[in-house]
Design a protein around this ligand. Structure first.
Ligand code: ZN
Length: 203
């Protein structure tokens, strides 16, 4: 399986990092070794001293799809959760400055945290889903899928032009504003609507 991630899908987040709002979805991939499902703890990797959380809605692919149209894309995923696209911001900045790929900053082991799955059919309007992240019981990120530049179906259609989607693949759909650093002892808790789907202690 593979993990596809969308960058800069919320205008306020693109701007907080000084990035342009993209003309088409920004895509990067994490390998299967990045996945940490329902992990209870996360160790900051030794190569970063500015490790950031990015809370995102995550889709689980349930069908093979290649060059699928937007109108069919709602049929190829069956579950949603919230997750964290952990990012070594210091490493990413060095790579971006040199115009190099991001993988060392984004695709390392355990960098893709996901919570418990919820049935996609339970969410009638995919453009009206609220999600949020608490750090040490304080609200740090609050997202609403209405604010996505590219909705779930547009993302899946676009991604499938380049990469065949397979059952079990995951798609991280981008983070809203409010990303920030973690340090040992922090506790992150992610919510989809009112449901707490993961709680993670940083080590
Ligand atoms: Zn992200």
């Amino acid at each position: 399986m593979k993990i596809l991630c969308i960058g800069r899908n919320y205008v306020a987040h693109a701007k907080e990092l000084g990035n342009e709002v993209p003309q088409e979805p920004v895509i990067f991939i994490k390998p299967s070794t990045a996945l940490a499902q329902e992990a209870k703890s996360f160790s900051i990797p030794s190569f970063s001293s500015d490790l950031h959380y990015e809370c995102e809605v995550v889709l689980r692919i349930s069908e093979y799809a290649k060059q699928i149209g937007v109108e069919k894309a709602s049929e190829i995923y069956d579950a949603l959760t919230v997750g964290i696209d952990f990012t070594a911001r210091d490493v990413q900045q060095r790579l971006k400055d040199k115009g190099l790929p991001w993988e060392k900053a984004k695709a390392f082991d355990q960098s893709a945290i996901i919570g418990e799955w919820r049935d996609a059919a339970a969410f009638k309007n995919k453009r009206d889903i609220h999600f949020c992240l608490y750090k040490n019981k304080s609200l740090v990120q609050q997202g609403h899928t209405a604010a996505m530049i590219y909705g779930f179906e547009e993302i899946l259609s676009h991604v499938s032009n380049y990469f065949t989607l397979e059952p079990g693949d995951l798609v991280f759909t981008g983070t809203p504003a409010g990303v920030g650093p973690v340090e040992p002892g922090d506790v992150l808790e992610g919510f989809l609507e009112d449901d707490s789907l993961f709680e993670l202690t940083i080590q």
